[in-house]
Design a binder for this molecule. Structure first.
Ligand code: AQP
Length: 326
């Protein structure tokens, strides 16, 4: 069976982008793959975090994994900082990466705002991500298309090490969904939907109540043409809403264009509110059952122990091939 690894940062409540771009794939893949899903808390501290809030978000994200359908009987679910191999391998890979290639990462450029005071951790974030993946001899990494550049770097690092030392790593493949792979912000459809954006109406969080969902969708930026037609380049706002509608309802874009021919954005948005509320209701219900149950901590501890067994084997091989330790 091929091995799958992916993770999400506990930087806030997960939104539709995280769900449609990544989590939906997590659930599908666990049927015929050996899956390892991580809450990547060490990535979260690349920007300042309040420790109490971070702890809450770790448990929220873990509960949301389970609420959307990740099954701990089929998949390993754990918190990144509970397995020391992530930090250890990250340092080894840092020594194999070039400052030039890291400077070209678009996520670093957009998050650092070109400031000299940008944290070094933000700069080396993609190396830690490569370590997360390579630590588990991962074959497949399900992520949103925004992570393509980081996956390519991970492949480059693995290949570089394999070519200059003994074969050490499995070179993984990214797995991106065609539809819903990139969900854009509701207030600015040229930016991706993001957990940490200041405007809460830029995103639909999986735990939003119906009133908040309604407000965010009804306020969403569209255009002045008033025609429901998919055109990513010239009509990014309505195209983003159509994309969300299509993935949540299972209706194709062509079906939506036909159904809303001659109707206005108001009508379309009202229906999208209904579709979204309906899709998220069962997730919220399961989240409430799991979040404060004793099972949650047990599942995460058990997941960390299972992940650690695999990680230790990889680290022994890495140390051997790099000549580290006794
Ligand atoms: N807008 C998006 N559309 C599709 N997929 C997305 N992902 C994130 N945003 C979108 C995918 O979700 C997974 C987890 O992402 P992450 O939290 O680890 O990092 P991120 O990409 O930086 O997500 P955010 O929401 O934008 O977080 P912040 O605001 O903290 O930086 C990844 O697979 C990602 O592709």
């Amino acid at each position: 069976m091929k091995r799958v690894f992916s993770g999400v940062q506990p930087t806030g409540n997960l939104h539709l982008g995280n769900y449609l771009g990544a989590l939906k794939q997590f659930v599908e893949l666990q049927e015929d793959h050996e899956c390892i899903y991580c809450i990547v808390d060490m990535h979260a501290i690349t920007v300042p975090q309040d420790p109490k809030v971070l702890k809450t978000h770790i448990l929220d994200v873990a509960s949301l994994y389970l609420a959307v359908g990740v099954d701990p009987k089929k998949s390993i679910v754990f918190v990144q900082s509970d397995v020391p191999g992530h930090a250890e391998l990250s340092w080894v890979l840092t020594c194999c990466s070039y400052t030039g290639e890291l400077s070209r990462m678009t996520q670093f450029k957009s998050k650092s705002h070109n400031k000299e005071s940008a944290p070094t951790g933000l700069f080396s974030y993609p190396v830690l991500m490569a370590a997360d993946i390579l630590l588990y001899d991962t074959d497949v990494v399900p992520v949103g298309t925004d992570q393509k550049q980081h996956i390519e770097l991970c492949r480059d690092l693995a290949t570089r090490v394999n070519n200059t030392r003994k074969k050490t790593f499995v070179v993984p493949e990214g797995r991106y969904l065609k539809e819903g792979a990139r969900i854009m912000a509701l207030d600015d459809p040229t930016q991706k939907m993001s957990k940490s954006a200041e405007n809460i109406h830029s995103r639909i969080s999986l735990l939003d109540d119906p009133a908040k969902i309604k407000k965010s969708i009804m306020k969403a930026t569209t255009d002045s043409e008033g025609v429901i037609r998919f055109d990513q380049e010239n009509k990014p706002g309505i195209s983003n809403l159509m994309n969300i509608y299509s993935v949540l309802s299972g209706k194709s874009i062509a079906e939506l264009e036909k159904e809303y021919d001659g109707r206005g954005y108001g009508d379309f948005k009202k229906d999208l509110v209904e579709v979204t509320v309906e899709a998220l209701a069962p997730i919220k219900e399961r989240f409430d059952e799991i979040r404060y149950s004793d099972d949650l901590i047990r599942i995460l501890k058990d997941g960390a122990a299972r992940a650690n067994v695999i990680a230790e084997k990889t680290m022994a091989r890495v140390k051997e091939n790099f000549g580290l330790g006794l």
